[in-house]
Design a binder for this molecule. Structure first.
Ligand code: NAP
Length: 284
């Protein structure tokens, strides 16, 4: 029997805990954990993401602010806004929505983000601290949510073979690192990997973060393996993952559906990271 890794239920449980902790924090500190989204332009995908973050934060009693600059805003203007958010004591988390306008140097901007407010864990300081497991750092919310799901369903990781497809700084690489820290033996695959189906068939845990609908078919999956699908694709207006769900669920031992798998947990982990940021900033 295949276990469905039910992200909706896990997210709802986690949300309840985080909301309770946030209420306690608000009572003690008088501060409401607040996130600010920074972007240039009105790309519909960015607007839709901002909407869903707004809904999630407002429902949890967290603060939310949107800073949308013009699609052709000069780099300096974006920098100025970021510096203002860095130094605003009422803002605890900052999410830079990408893609940024061509006029903005995204790499230079990222380096100016206060790492303590980097609730998406993309600043190199957070990535480095995660790699070395030193001190306090933010972990990108999507892979963090993936680990929460694996742990909730008590999927064994120690000594197991894990393959992660996709090597982005926001999903694939940190996911590989989190699995490694839990003593899995990890392979990080990407677009140049050879014999991908055979490589993936070695996995006890297969994590897919590519952005190609249906890339992973039954041929990629060992009987009984756990499959985490991070993909977000729209096919004929319908949300679908990177995994051919029907056929893979006949082979896998456990699998995340899309929608209702990794997505809802990601959104709750962003709340958790924002609460952590508010705590760290209050302690300084
Ligand atoms: P990304 O930065 O575009 O990275 C995609 C990765 O996939 C790259 O490493 C790329 O390899 C690899 N790749 C591309 N085609 C491949 C192929 N045919 N075979 C093997 N690997 C291939 O994407 P991302 O930001 O990591 O996002 C990945 C997916 O996760 C997207 O669908 C995104 O929307 C989704 N996502 C989901 C959540 C969530 O909450 N579930 C959150 C964030 C993102 P190279 O490095 O060689 O180019």
């Amino acid at each position: 029997m295949t276990t469905i890794l039910d992200g909706k239920t896990v997210a709802a449980e986690r949300r309840e805990q985080i909301v309770a902790e946030a209420q306690q924090f608000i009572k003690q500190s008088g501060q409401v954990p607040t996130i600010a989204l920074l972007r240039g332009g009105e790309d519909p995908a960015l607007l839709s993401h901002a909407q869903s973050v707004r809904r999630s934060f407002e429902k949890a009693g967290f603060g939310f602010a949107e800073h949308a600059l013009a699609a052709d805003c000069p780099h300096e203007e974006m920098v100025e806004r970021l510096r203002a958010l860095n130094s605003d004591p009422a803002v605890h988390g900052i999410l830079i929505q990408e893609p940024l306008p061509a006029s903005v140097d995204a790499d230079a901007l990222l380096l100016l983000l206060d790492p303590r407010k980097d609730v998406d864990g993309v600043h190199p300081l957070n990535a480095g601290l995660l790699q070395q497991q030193r001190g306090l750092y933010h972990i990108p919310s999507t892979p963090l949510g993936g680990i929460v799901l694996l742990e909730k369903y008590e999927i064994p990781l120690t000594g197991k073979r894990a393959v992660v497809i996709g090597r982005s700084d926001i999903v694939g690489k940190p996911m590989a690192m989190l699995l490694l820290h839990r003593h899995a033996t990890v392979t990080l695959a990407h677009s140049r990997s050879e014999n991908l189906p055979a490589l993936c068939r070695e996995a006890d845990i297969l994590c897919v973060a590519v952005g190609r609908a249906g890339l992973v078919t039954w041929e990629f999956v060992r009987e009984g393996a756990t499959v985490l699908d991070f993909g977000i694709n729209f096919v004929d207006g319908k949300l679908t993952g990177d995994v051919a769900y029907q056929e893979v669920s006949e082979v896998a031992g456990a699998i995340t559906p899309v929608p209702g798998g990794t997505g809802p947990v990601t959104s709750v982990m962003l709340l958790a990271n924002t609460l952590n940021a508010a705590r760290w900033l209050a302690e300084r």
